[in-house]
Design a binder for this molecule. Sequence first.
Ligand code: ZN
Ligand code: ZN
Ligand code: FE
Length: 756
Amino acid sequence: MNLQAHLIKIKGLVQGVGFRPYVYRQASRFDIKGWVENNNEGVSIHAEATKDALLQFEAALKSEIPEAASISEFIVNEDISLRGFELFSIRKSNNLSNDITEVSPDIAVCQACLNDMKTQPHRIQYPFVNCTNCGPRFTIIKDLPYDRHQTTMQIFKLCNTCEMEYSNITDRRFHAQPVACRNCGPAYQLNGGKLFTDGNKLASILAKHIDSGEIVALKGMGGYHLVCNALNEKTVKELRLRKQRDGKPMAVMVKDITTANKYFNLTKEEVTLLTSWRRPILLLENRLSLAHAVCTGLSRTGVILPYMPLHYQLMSALNTEVIVLTSGNISDEPVIIDDREASKSLASVADQVIRYNREIYNRTDDSVAIVVNQKSRLIRRSRGYVPQPISLKLNTEGIFAAGAELVNTFAIGKGKQVIMSQHIGDLKNVETLAFFEESFTRFKRLFRFTPDLIVCDLHPDYLSTRFALEQKTQLIQVQHHHAHMASCMAEHDLDEKVIGIILDGTGLGNDGNIWGGEFFVADLNDFSRMYHYDPIPLPGGDLVTKQPWRSAFSYLYHYFGLPVFIEEAAIDLLPEEKQLPLLMQMVDQKINSPLSSGAGRLFDAVSALLGICRESSFHAEAPMRLEAAINQQCKGKYLFEVEDQKILFRKLFHQILQDINQQLPVGEISAKFHNTLIAINLHISKLIRAQFGINKVVLSGGSFQNAYLLAHTENLLKNQGFEVYSQEQLPSNDGGIALGQLAIAAKRRQTHLIEQ
Ligand code: ZN
Ligand code: ZN
Ligand code: FE
């Protein structure tokens, strides 16, 4: 027999996802000798066999990988000498010291484990079943290397049966750190009383409570959830009231994909994402209505499928097919993970509180995604995605990016990889700020990270900026929209001068004004502001985001002065007529009226003008409702002007007022407004292309979470020969900004723009 040796190097998400046992099983199948090991780069395999067997082995390795694993690089070196191994072995991890960055995200329970709940005597109906292919990971890990004693499973001693599975290399539970059974693992507890290792029994009790209209607090994978019947108007309203949740839409869980299809319109891509092991909440178009209070009149609902064993058991025990599944917290505080706190504060919201005795170590919210132009776009990147690194071509080692303030995530650089934190939230909330600081401390330990360069926003008052300043480490500050743009560039490995269209709510500009309707030419080092939306004063400052009518007032007054409020009856806009003189005075005398070119305010203004949303009860409500109102058939648009570097909206507002007077349906006005912004995106891109010969356009900023704006801008620009890049892996809102900050810092360090 003519034997050969190959050295195979595999990179990607290949650690903590059962990859080595998988390689072992494939090696046994093709009679391969040699070894497999984890190292800093990923997984390496030394394989010896006949040429045919090696080729079959490699083909199988690539095509049958564990569900949660992914291969980014598969390199075979055939120029290796034979060593004459007689066995195939899993070598002890070579180096788990400073460079390991791969901690697997949490994985939805797999089908094989769901089957085990029906067949394995020690796991009959056991709701904490898991294996190397599924189960909790990031949420339970305290330190590396990823071993049971460094997770919150530490307190559970393996029984003999589990121990055998854990140490048997051919078993699906070989080295599955959270492995457990009903004899040795965690258990659920109802209202601090009875313990349950039989999920079915617990589920049938909960189902009775939920079907009868009660609210239940249920401990999930990364935090508590609040659950109730999504078809029961009274209960959902009650939940909103008790939770002090404004009008913000709530997510729902459906039993299976068939039920999802019944209540929502799904595309092929949406089915794939909804059923993926990452299990995000996916924003789907409504088909059958749920209780109105679930998504309060918006056209999409956040939908998720079961991902923990008890979810499955509960959904089959219930009469209702759809339940609300919203985060277990009060108002805007971080989602609760602590059992005692849950019993205390969720007891006022929920009729029943269900905990389990395995600790959640890292708080992780459900991720949220939407499919636009057949591609998944993350709106919130958390459970199922974090802490999977993002690879860059730049050296990011030692850089800490503090992120923005409102939708904070932070990032750390390890080698050429960036690890983004889970969704943190609004830092202005004291508890959220504490969560930010705690998570940063944990990331430093978990990933053996010491910052030697810190990057943050230009805004001096952002709490993330203040935190960065306190660190007493070299610091650079990056303009908000340059960071948005760089986030998208980093995702797509762009490291050259490109056009950036950044449509966003608020961010501090270099001139001290508020920016957010921006057309840049930029690379990772620096940017030039080529064009921008016409800046308008915002009477009331921060108040404007809560009161969109203020933006509407300001645009009208800016373009048409006092007469518009008398002749056009636009006075209806204001909550009280007598406010008019005061508002005019504020603007005229520049009292608490900062200038803003933010796209968010333009959306606010039109939404308020159309009477869709004059007072906002949650972040970005006015733009979201304006988008939901669009009549998709309407192709019309309004006029705009470009003067010097400014895009003026005088004609747009003039025409909108005319349309309102002629009682054109709001759906058509909304469509025409959106179509105008899309036309502006093309027009300005062409102007810049003509001037600089740049053909690549990057889209980012919170306004691009508007699916209509994103889809049509992308398509139109592509039709005109542009190469268009938009955010997919990271949110286009402030949740993605840390990556951009980090990429800019890494690039500036590389080009020696930072003094060391
Ligand atoms: Zn499994
Ligand atoms: Zn056991
Ligand atoms: Fe922003």
